[in-house]
Design a protein around this ligand. Structure first.
Ligand code: ADP
Length: 299
């Protein structure tokens, strides 16, 4: 609890926005369901990156990234391998911190507060900003215990059954597992395991979800289920997804950021080339590098 107490310090994070996980079909948050540029323009900014450069040792991985990420939309990060997509994503919940040699300059603001300021507690950051990885990584525990795991760790033991059910419904998995909650999570299919990992992430009611190639290890049917889920989840969460699959970005994302290696730099370093509505990125991009990439000419 002393770690969480750090969140009370002046430079620490603001109280979490009032949110709860609700079953499918429940009313969406204020901004959800509105379409069009005007609606998008007035959305709250959740992450505001300002001139962010990340190095591993002396070598920069991404440089001078300035990018606002809006609430309750899906933002996709696309670009060729090695351009820093995962590095960027991991900056948003301080998952890079434990990598030897990692350093960051610039600012990563989360609801206006610097995520890297002194006094910000990393445990609290990860509670608010959940992450799902490329390869489903359920624990060797029951389905129930996987979903209840983080809630128990945080002492959120009241009405745990309801919390687990809400999370599994939120991840579109409840109907498939409700009769075998005590069975091992390892017996689920890959696609079910990934949805279980999403349920595990949303069970503690985060504010944002970071997804790093969440469907790249899955078959097309399981991929379609995850993509469908994105559309539902964005009503309650701010979602940032890294994908190498451009069709997937076009299908799920409202906003898309195209990263590439900066050819003007002496050594290969990831740079943000273009960031816009997904439709613009795919049909009328401003930069010829974006056009070449989305039309499959390189990458
Ligand atoms: P992408 O997700 O676009 O493939 P990454 O963020 O994984 O790109 O990598 C960007 C650059 O950072 C690459 O040059 C990669 O070698 C380097 N990098 C990534 N992770 C590490 C790490 N843990 N240690 C050192 N260098 C890393």
């Amino acid at each position: 609890m002393t770690e969480l107490a750090g969140a009370q310090a002046p430079s620490a994070l603001p109280p979490p926005p009032r949110m709860r996980i609700v079953a499918d079909g429940a009313p969406a948050t204020r901004a959800a369901g509105r379409d069009g540029a005007a609606a998008q323009a007035d959305r709250e900014i959740v992450f505001d990156l300002r001139d962010v450069t990340v190095r591993y040792g002396a070598k920069p991985a991404i440089a001078h990234i300035t990018l606002p990420i809006q609430r309750n939309v899906v933002t996709a990060i696309i670009g060729p391998s090695g351009c820093g997509k995962s590095t960027f994503l991991r900056c948003l919940n301080r998952m890079n911190d434990s990598i030897p040699g990692f350093s960051i300059s610039g600012q990563v603001l989360y609801h206006g507060h610097d995520l890297y300021a002194a006094g910000v507690d990393r445990v609290e950051v990860r509670r608010r900003i959940g992450m799902v990885f490329q390869k489903p990584n359920p624990f060797a525990k029951s389905i129930y215990d996987n979903v209840a795991w983080a809630a128990r760790n945080l002492g959120l033991k009241e009405a745990l059954d309801d919390r687990v059910e809400r999370a599994l419904r939120g991840a579109a998995l409840w109907d498939e597992v409700k009769d075998r909650l005590k069975a091992s999570a390892l017996g689920l299919s890959g696609g079910q395991q990934q949805r279980l990992c999403i349920a595990r992430a949303i069970a503690i009611e985060p504010d944002a979800l970071l997804l790093d190639e969440p469907a790249s290890a899955l078959d097309p049917i399981a991929t379609a289920a995850i993509e469908e889920l994105m559309h539902t989840l964005k009503r309650r969460y701010t979602i940032v997804i890294v994908t190498h699959n451009m069709q997937q970005a076009a299908r799920v994302a409202d906003r898309t950021a195209f990263f590439s290696l900066d050819p003007t730099s002496a050594e290969p370093v990831g740079a943000l080339v273009e960031y816009d509505d997904t439709q613009t990125i795919f049909t009328n991009p401003a930069d010829s590098r974006t056009r070449d990439y989305v039309s499959g000419r390189f990458g």
